[in-house]
Design a protein around this ligand. Sequence first.
Ligand code: ISE
Length: 336
Amino acid sequence: MNVGVIGAGGMGGRHACNLHGKVVGAQVAGVFDVDVARMERVARDCGAAPTYQDPFQLIEDERIEAVLIASPDETHVDFVLACLREGKPVLCEKPLASTAGEARRVVEAEVSLGRMLVSVGFMRRFDPEHLGLYEVVQSGGIGRPVMFKGVHRNASVRPAFPAEAVVSQAAIHEIDTTRWLLAQEIVEVYVRGVQVNDSLDGDVFDLLSLHFTVSGDCLASAEVYLSAGYGYEVSAEVIGDKGVAGTRQPDRVVVREDGARSLPVPADWLVRFQESYVAQLENWVGSLSGGSFAGADAWDGYVSLLVSDACLLSLGSGRPEPVNIPERPPLYRRSP
Ligand code: ISE
C-alpha cells in the first residue's frame, strides 16, 4: 500500500518511520511538510520517498493509494476533504478538526460519498492496557459501568501551547476513551481549570478537572495535567456495580539503588504509546485490503469535538454545559 504522509514533525515522523520499518504491506510513497529540511530528512529515512512542494499534489498523485495526516490540527479538514474527493482512504491524527463545525463538513462529505474512508487516530483504542480494560467492561466483567476515571499527565508543553488545545488536542483523548470504553454518549460536561505553569504564553489552563454525565446513568471524571514535570502518564479505571477494573502502568523494570526502588516513567506519548501507534497502523493498512478499521471513524471524531466544544464553553461559563449529539447517520451504525 503506497501511503503518502502529510506532516513530518514528531508525530508524523514517527508514523512514517513505523510505516516504513514496522508495518508489513505498506510503504511511505510520499512526504510533505512545510519544513523542507524536516520533510527531506523523513523522506530520506523512509526509503528515499519522493517529497512534494504541495500537499494537494501528494493527495492527487495517482501513485498514492492512501494518506496519513499528522499536520497541525487546523489543517486536517481540508486535507481529509481532498482525500474524499480523490476517493482515497485516510488516517487522520486526532483531532479530526479544530471544532465540531469543521468536523461536520467531513461527516457530511463522507455520508454523501456513501463510503467510510476516514479513520481517526485515537491510538489508545490499540493500547494493550486500554484494550484489556475494554474487554473486561464490554464483557460485563464488572457489572454495569457506573463511572470512568481518567488521568492524563504530560511532562510539559511548549510555551506557546494554545489554550483551547488543552481540550481539543489533549483532553479529547479522555473524551474518546470515555465514549469507547462505556459505549455510551457524554450528554453534559462541567470543566474547571487552573494555570500551574506561569511561563506559558497567555492564560492557559494546564491543569483541568473534567466531569461528564454519561448516558446510561454513568459518570466520568478526568484529570488532564500538562505540566506534571516528572514524565508522561496515562491511566484509566472503570467502576462497575459488581467490581472495578483499571489499566496498570506498563512498567518495564524496577530500579533499586541508593536505598530506593523506582519505576521509569515514559518521557512522552511517543514512548508510552509506540506499540499502540504500530498496532493502529497495522490495523489501518490491513483494513485497506477489504477489512474494516477497528479504531475511530469520522463520526467518533465529530462527536468527540462536540464534547470538546462543550468543555471549552463550560470552562468559560463556569457552568455545566449540555452536549447535543445529532442522530448517528446509518453509514456509521456499526457495533460499538
Ligand atoms: C498530543 O497531541 C497527544 O495526542 C498526546 O497523546 C497527548 O498526551 C498530548 O497532550 C497531546 O498534545
